[in-house]
Design a protein around this ligand. Structure first.
Ligand code: UD1
Length: 358
C-alpha cells in the first residue's frame, strides 16, 4: 500500500455518496490510500454493504462511518453532517441505467435531481463548500463523430442523461448565488475495469446493463452469449464506439479534483476520457485476449437511446491538472477478468457488514 501525504490545505474528511457503488468504492480506496478520512452514505439500491469490508482490506484503514440512507431523506442526511465535520463531498449516488431511465423517467429525475438538491441543502446548512459531481458524457447525446470537448452542446437523449445535465445546470446556478461554493463536474465517458487486487470490481444487481460486466459474466460462464446492440452503425466495424476509461484512472482524477477545490470558487466542468475510441467488437476481442477464451455473441437490434460514437477530447483536464489516463483497454479487460474470476458471483456470499441505518 502506498501512503502519500495529503497536500497541505486539502480537505481532511470527505463524504462519499454512493460510496459502495462501482466507482464510489474504488474512490474510497484511493482516498484512504492518500490520507483522507472517508464517510460513506449509500442506500444500497445497486450495491452491497460488504464491498466496504474489501475497501478497508485493500487500504489497510477503516472507513470512518457508513450510513445506509437515501440522500433525499433530508433529516437523515443532515444528521450525518451534524455528526461529522465534513470538508468536501464526492457525489456519486444516482440511478444510472440508460434503458431503465426511459421506462422510469420520473424516478430518475426525482432520485438524481432530488438527491443532488437535498445534498446541496445539507452542505449549505453545514457550510460545506466543496463538491465533486459525477456527471456523464451522455449529456452530449448524439453529437456526431470526432472527439468532443467541454464546449460541445448538451443534447441529452434519455432521462438519465437529462437528469445529469439538469444537475449540472442547478449546480452552476447555485454557484452563482452561493459564491463561496466550489464545484467540479466530471463528465466521464465509459469507466470500467477493476481494482488490480481483484477484490473490487463491477457487480451490478441483476442482469448487467453495461458492456464490460456483461462480457465478463459471459467469459466466466454465468451468461451464455453477449448481445451486441447494433451492427449497422456508421463506424469502422458497424458496432458502436465508446471511450473506455480504467476506473483507477477515473478515481485518481476525483482525488486531484478534491485537491484542486481547496481555495477555489465557482464551477468548472471537465471531460474524463482517454480520447481513444473502441468498438463493441474491439472490447470483445480485448477481453477474449485477456481471458484466453472466445466470447460468443450475436449481433442484434440497436438499443434504444444509444448513439453511434462518443469519444472524449479530454485535453482540458490534462492541461489544467496534468491528469492523463495511464491504463489501456487491455489493462481494463485484464483487471475486470481478474475480479470476475475471483468473484464469479460478485460480492454475493462475502462477509456482511453492518451499516448505521438512519
Ligand atoms: C451509458 C452512458 C454513460 C453512463 C453509462 C452508465 C450514454 C451515451 N452513455 O454508457 O454516460 O455513464 O451508461 O451506465 O448514454 N452494449 C452491447 N451489449 C450489451 C451492453 C452494451 O452491445 O450487453 C453496447 C452498447 O450498445 C454501447 C456499448 O456497448 O454501444 C457500451 O454500452 P454501456 O456499457 O451500456 O455504456 P454506454 O451506454 O455507452
Amino acid at each position: 500500500m502506498n501512503h502519500i501525504p495529503r497536500n497541505a490545505g486539502a480537505p481532511a474528511t470527505v463524504l462519499v455518496t454512493g460510496g459502495a457503488g462501482f466507482i464510489g468504492s474504488h474512490a474510497c480506496v484511493d482516498l484512504l490510500d492518500h490520507g483522507y478520512e472517508v464517510i460513506v452514505v449509500d442506500d444500497h439500491s445497486n450495491s452491497t454493504p460488504q464491498v466496504l469490508n474489501r475497501v478497508e482490506r485493500i487500504a489497510g484503514r477503516f472507513v470512518g462511518a457508513v450510513y445506509e440512507l437515501d440522500i433525499r431523506d433530508r433529516r437523515a442526511l443532515s444528521a450525518v453532517f451534524d455528526r461529522h465535520r465534513v470538508d468536501a463531498v464526492v457525489h456519486f449516488a444516482a440511478h444510472k441505467a440508460v434503458g431503465e431511465s426511459t421506462r422510469m423517467p420520473v424516478e430518475y429525475y426525482d432520485n438524481n435531481l432530488g438527491g443532488t438538491t437535498s445534498l446541496l441543502a445539507a452542505m449549505r446548512d453545514h457550510d460545506v463548500r466543496r463538491l465533486v459531481f459525477s456527471s456523464s458524457c451522455s449529456v452530449y447525446g448524439d453529437a456526431g463523430g470526432g472527439p468532443l470537448d467541454e464546449s460541445a452542446p448538451a443534447r441529452p437523449t434519455n432521462p438519465y442523461a437529462a437528469s445529469k445535465w439538469l444537475c449540472e445546470r442547478v449546480l452552476a446556478d447555485v454557484c452563482r448565488h452561493w459564491t463561496c461554493l466550489a464545484v467540479l463536474c466530471l463528465r466521464y465517458f465509459n469507466p470500467t475495469g477493476a481494482h488490480p487486487s481483484g477484490l473490487l470490481g463491477e457487480d451490478p444487481n441483476g442482469e448487467p446493463d453495461n458492456l464490460m460486466p456483461y462480457v465478463a459474466q459471459v467469459a466466466v460462464g454465468r451468461r451464455k452469449r453477449l448481445r451486441v446492440f447494433g451492427g449497422d452503425y456508421p463506424t469502422p466495424d458497424g458496432t458502436a464506439v465508446r471511450d473506455y476509461l480504467h476506473v483507477m484512472d477515473t478515481v485518481e482524477a476525483h482525488r486531484i479534483a478534491l485537491d484542486r477545490l481547496s481555495g477555489s470558487r465557482g464551477m468548472r466542468v471537465f471531460n474524463l476520457g482517454s480520447g481513444q475510441g473502441s468498438s463493441v467488437l474491439d472490447v470483445v476481442a480485448a477481453f477474449s485476449a485477456a481471458c484466453g477464451r472466445p466470447i460468443p455473441y450475436d449481433v442484434v437490434e440497436r438499443r434504444p437511446g444509444d448513439v453511434p460514437e462518443l469519444v472524449a477530447d479530454a485535453r482540458a483536464v490534462g492541461r489544467a491538472w496534468g491528469w492523463r489516463p495511464t491504463r489501456d483497454l487491455a489493462a481494463m479487460c485484464r483487471d475486470a477478468w481478474h475480479f470476475q474470476q475471483l468473484n464469479p458471483h460478485g460480492y454475493a456470499g462475502s462477509a456482511r457488514r453492518p451499516s448505521i441505518k438512519e
